[in-house]
Design a protein around this ligand. Structure first.
Ligand SMILES: [Zn+2]
Length: 738
């Protein structure tokens, strides 16, 4: 009976595979069948239980950069890779990492209140009472001792300061209090500093991730009264990594700035994150005008903006120490093309225990490595080299990955086929972002793996969500007709950034999320106990991540022709160019209307005379800009992409021809690098993707042009159009040579 069943299974798998159109991008027909069988045996070795055990083990102690816990975790990971059959080494960098010596926040008037600045241990959370936890703080805050009136600035974005300026409120010489959300946290103190504030407090409002959203921890997954989001406030959109060594690896003898005061990406004002328990007395005491409706959070108070009445004293001192940064690098040499590297990475350092961020992704990656090790034992040899990287120091500033990338830049630009990143993972839907030439590959893989909860493919589940959450019936209809997955453009926020934006290498970033409610992010409660209740009970989505990243790795390792389809990139860039043109014409329209409102004094006449009012100034009318260099370059790219696709599909190429074609395909994206980099931030060199200068994580596509328009610098926009067009023309010329 058993053998019969087994035979039937093998038979049906075989006929299933043969009946499939056996078209697998990158593989010829007979190799495609082999590849699918290999993926099946890879999947058989992925164990949810084992992923769970790894998460419990690696999140059992606090393990931030520079801690003994971090070293222990790195050593455990090193041992695992070794057991799976990999050559392993530890690349160690010497990097700056500030930890707090003094943290004082107290309200001095109208009442005295001393902030707790502490997350309490909970009996429901076994690791929450451990010693060696980093206290609640924002890394890279400046040292400072300031006392001033407080101004509430909503999310602390540029548009919030425009509202303040209309109300005649200035933050010069004040301490601002901003709520978490809507931007990367480092943007809030940066903008506050630009407006002359002398200190910045960031708190978590219950509206954003607390009781307004659902039950709070430990009853539910949302942020409790005392939960605090730690995190970096380095100005990473200027450059990430060790702030003392921009552009070079932070090896022991590297040339570095003498002091952190010389680093141009560090703040000059103190900044501290707090819980809403600590924020409530401060906000309650603020007087001045009542905050506009969309500025109000979910605390049971009337939100005022200030300044006035509420004065606080903020005192922060840090130990600016040098610490070792442990990157674990594991490798299996390729049998045919050892100098072609498929690189897979996830960080291992956490702010505290980090069961979700980053261990959920780390455990999935280790499970992939285990399965690859299993395939090796069964006699398979990958054509190309597989490299696993387990990064340290991601949380403070993508330190481990950035230093490694800077240290090995030349070699990586020679040898990298793709860098595949993951980070935190949870229950929900597939998120995939990265280099658009790889969209077809990700699409193939997402249609070949089932969603663990519903059994439909990952693609179908994602599509269903996009249909039901579409903003209009029209958009829902469009989503229903969708036949292919779309890759998101990448900004920053994880270790793919140096590979993509500094070196121009093809990258992918993968995760599951959407049903993993997350109020414990970067707090002591991001623990195993939280994870098994609220993030991914049963570790089903950990296994799904292993399969997605594993299949992509396997296909890139063994593909006959590497599946880079630059027609997808062309389509994408064409969309960006259209977007920019409508951005400019919308700005022209709104500027002209607003100027009319100012000139005719409508605002002044309509404003409540009981409130202060400072009339807005006229803005420069928006000129017409010549986009034709960009449009022409994109047209050339379209033709060149069609040409390269035809060449890729030529029948009867010799092994040598295929090999040189592959080398060209994976290096093409480097043609998009701008030699001088982006305005004000030469470290960022990619002409198509960068994190926003005033938004942080979120991507700005064609960033040089887009940000010049947003900042109303139209002369610069014309220069940037020419620079981007030159880069796109370079790529077109390169693809045309294939
Ligand atoms: Zn992370």
């Amino acid at each position: 009976m058993r053998t019969g069943l087994l035979f039937l299974l093998i038979f049906s798998l075989h006929s299933f595979l043969s009946a499939q159109s056996i078209h697998l991008s990158g593989f010829n027909d007979s190799n495609a069948l082999e590849e699918l069988k290999r993926e099946k045996s890879f999947d058989d070795q992925i164990s949810r239980e084992n992923i769970g055990k790894t998460i419990q083990d690696l999140s059992s102690v606090p393990h931030n950069l520079g801690s003994t816990g971090s070293r222990e975790v790195a050593e455990k990971i090193q041992k695992k890779f070794r057991d799976y059959g990999f050559d392993v080494r530890m690349d160690v960098y010497q990097v700056l990492f500030p930890v707090p010596k003094t943290r004082i926040l107290e309200m001095t008037t109208p009442q005295v209140y001393r902030a707790l600045l502490k997350e309490p241990a909970l009996k429901e959370d076994r690791t929450s009472g451990q010693t060696d936890q980093l206290p609640t703080y924002n890394a890279w805050s400046a040292d400072g001792n300031v006392t001033a009136e407080v101004v509430y600035v909503n999310y602390g974005l540029n548009e919030d300061y425009e509202v303040l300026s209309k109300m005649g409120i200035n933050v010069k010489g004040k301490i601002v209090i901003a709520r978490y959300g809507k931007s990367w946290r480092g943007i809030k103190p940066k903008i506050a500093q630009e407006h002359g504030a002398i200190g910045c407090i960031i708190y978590s409002d219950p509206q954003d991730d607390g009781y307004f959203q659902g039950d709070v921890y430990p009853k539910g997954p949302f942020k409790s009264e005392y939960g605090v989001q730690r995190g970096s406030v380095m100005d990473m959109v200027v450059y990430p990594g060790d702030p003392l060594t921009p552009g070079v690896g932070a090896t022991k003898d590297a040339k570095r700035f003498a002091s952190h005061n010389d680093a141009p990406n560090l703040l000059k004002i103190p900044v501290l994150p707090i819980s809403y328990h600590d924020a409530k007395p401060l906000l309650e005491a603020i007087s001045g005008p009542v905050a506009p409706e969309n500025w109000r959070g979910a605390l049971p108070i009337t939100y005022h903006i200030g300044p006035g009445k509420s004065t606080v004293h903020l005192e922060l001192l840090f130990d600016w120490k040098m610490v070792p940064c442990y990157d674990v690098i594991a490798m299996i040499k390729g049998d045919v093309f050892p100098d072609e590297w498929v690189i897979r990475g996830n960080h291992h350092d956490a702010w505290v225990n980090g069961a979700q961020d980053p261990i959920s992704g780390q455990a999935a990656m280790l499970e992939e490595a285990k399965a690859i090790g299993g395939l090796l034992k069964s006699g398979w040899k990958p054509k190309r080299t597989m490299v696993y990287c387990s990064w340290d120091g991601e949380e403070p500033a993508l330190v481990g990955s950035t230093e490694w990338v800077e240290d090995h830049a030349g070699l990586l630009q020679q040898n990298t086929i793709v860098y595949i990143n993951s980070d935190e993972n949870g229950r929900g839907f597939l998120n995939a972002g990265g280099s658009h030439a790889l969209e077809g590959l990700v699409d193939d893989v997402a249609k070949n793996i089932s969603d663990p909860q519903t059994g439909v493919t990952l693609f179908e589940r994602l599509k269903a969500k996009e249909v039901v959450t579409a903003a209009s019936p029209q958009l829902a209809k469009e989503m229903m007709d969708k036949t292919k997955i779309h890759l998101d453009a990448l900004g920053t926020g994880s270790d793919f950034s140096p590979f993509l934006q500094h070196l121009g290498l093809p990258v992918l970033d993968l995760s599951f999320s959407g049903e993993d409610n997350n109020g414990v992010y970067h707090s002591i409660y991001d623990s195993y106990d939280n994870f098994i209740r609220f993030v991914d009970p049963g570790f089903y989505y950990g296994a799904a991540l292993s399969k997605v990243a594993g299949h992509i790795s396997l296909r890139m390792l063994d593909a006959d022709v590497l599946p880079f389809d630059y027609r997808m990139l062309y389509k994408e860039v064409k969309t960006y160019s259209t977007e920019l043109q409508s951005l400019l014409s919308n700005l022209r329209e709104s500027t002209s209307v607003n100027n009319e409102i100012v000139r005719k004094k409508y605002l002044l006449i309509a404003t409540d005379t009981a409130n202060a009012f400072s009339p807005p100034v006229l803005k420069q009318e928006v000129p017409y800009i010549d986009f034709s260099p960009l449009q022409n370059a994109i047209t050339s790219l379209g033709r060149a992409a069609d040409h390269s696709y035809e060449i890729m599909n030529t029948k009867g190429m010799s092994a040598k021809q295929t090999d040189s074609l592959n080398r060209m395909l994976c290096r093409a994206e480097q043609e998009l690098l701008l030699e001088q980099g982006l305005p004000l931030r030469p470290w960022y060199k990619h002409a198509l993707y960068a994190p926003g200068f005033y938004t942080g994580y979120t991507v700005k596509t064609l960033p040089g042009i887009r940000e010049s328009i947003e900042q109303r610098n139209y002369m610069q926009a014309e220069i940037e159009i020419k620079r981007a067009a030159a880069a796109i023309n370079k790529l077109a010329g390169y693809l045309q040579q294939m």
